[in-house]
Design a protein around this ligand. Structure first.
Ligand code: T3D
Length: 263
């Protein structure tokens, strides 16, 4: 695939998508969105891919929207700051949020603006110790987008989400860990190796079950307890009928590691 703004590599069932405009701190452009759409389609349809890692090249994860790129016009032909969101960011965030395979955002460095919120759409965030996250929007008199006003209050609570958005402070990795925004922090020197090892375990795991777990968590956002309990029973019915569930129990009884096939 001839990408211009990202790189992809698949090893041991893990597709790593690397945002690759290091001289611009991997800021997002229309071309990067187009590349990402294509890479995610491959990741979704290729059975050999069981887990996707999104990371950045060089010293940043990404600095958000490329602020030098021309803005899109609205229906009246005038500059419309919502147009790019509707065309590129909103579909990307929805797609990552509902992605059928495990997604990991590996914050190798700063995750700023829309990129921070794209990372938050992933299932699990890992951060290098030097990384930070910044809801930088208010600094340039914009509101958080790419799902930040939806995901942040749900993860850290409304008050903390407001503080993050209103101050536009750079939040270091260790604080992100305390707030529950990232799952693990690794030293910079070992970050790439730790991310690879972390992702590999999903590649060897029961991928159909992961999809059902993700569905349960996603749908719970809008469900009451009764509806969620009913959903869990249905999803457990599906998981329990899978070849992997049989293999999991058999392996436990035989005191060996399970060999999952994703069905
Ligand atoms: O369409 C719309 O605009 C609406 C959509 C908005 C969505 C958003 O994402 S809004 C938020 C956009 N992002 C930002 O506001 C962040 C802008 N960047 C920064 O504040 C700083 O660069 C950082 C805090 C991220 C890092 O600072 P530092 O000192 O480590 O690096 P630097 O020197 O500022 O940046 C290095 C280079 O990358 C520099 O270019 P140069 O001087 O070497 O030629 C800088 O201009 C460039 N760069 C950084 N961020 C962006 C960028 N170029 C284009 N767009 C960027 N977002």
């Amino acid at each position: 695939m001839a990408f211009t703004a990202i790189r992809t590599a698949t090893t041991d069932g893990v597709m790593t998508i690397t945002l690759s405009r290091p001289d611009r701190l991997n800021a997002f452009t229309s071309a990067m969105h187009a590349d990402l759409r294509e890479a995610l389609t491959t990741a979704e349809t290729d059975d050999a891919v069981r887990c996707v890692v999104l990371t950045g090249e060089g010293r940043a994860f990404s600095a958000g929207q490329d602020l030098t790129e021309d803005r899109l016009p609205g229906p009246d032909g005038k500059t419309d700051f919502g147009a790019r969101l509707e065309r590129d960011y909103n579909p990307l965030v929805e797609r990552i949020h509902a992605f059928p395979k495990v997604t990991i955002a590996a914050l190798n460095g700063p995750a700023v603006g829309a990129s921070a919120n794209i990372a938050l759409a992933c299932d699990i965030l890992l951060a290098a110790r030097s990384a930070y996250l910044q809801e930088a929007f208010a600094k340039i008199a914009l509101v958080p987008d790419a799902g930040g006003t939806w995901s942040l209050p749900r993860i850290v609570g409304t008050k903390r989400a407001l503080a993050l958005a209103l101050t536009a402070d750079q939040i270091p990795a260790t604080e992100l860990l305390q707030m529950g925004l990232v799952y693990k922090v690794f030293d910079d020197a070992v970050f790439a190796d730790e991310v690879a090892a972390f992702a590999r375990r999903f590649a060897g795991g029961p991928s159909m079950t992961y999809r059902l777990i993700k569905e349960a968590m996603r749908v719970s956002e809008g469900n009451d307890l009764k509806a969620q309990l009913a959903l869990e029973a249905n999803l457990q019915r599906k998981a329990g009928a899978s070849e992997d569930a049989r293999e999991g129990v058999t392996a436990f009884r035989e005191k060996r590691a399970p060999r999952y096939k994703g069905r």
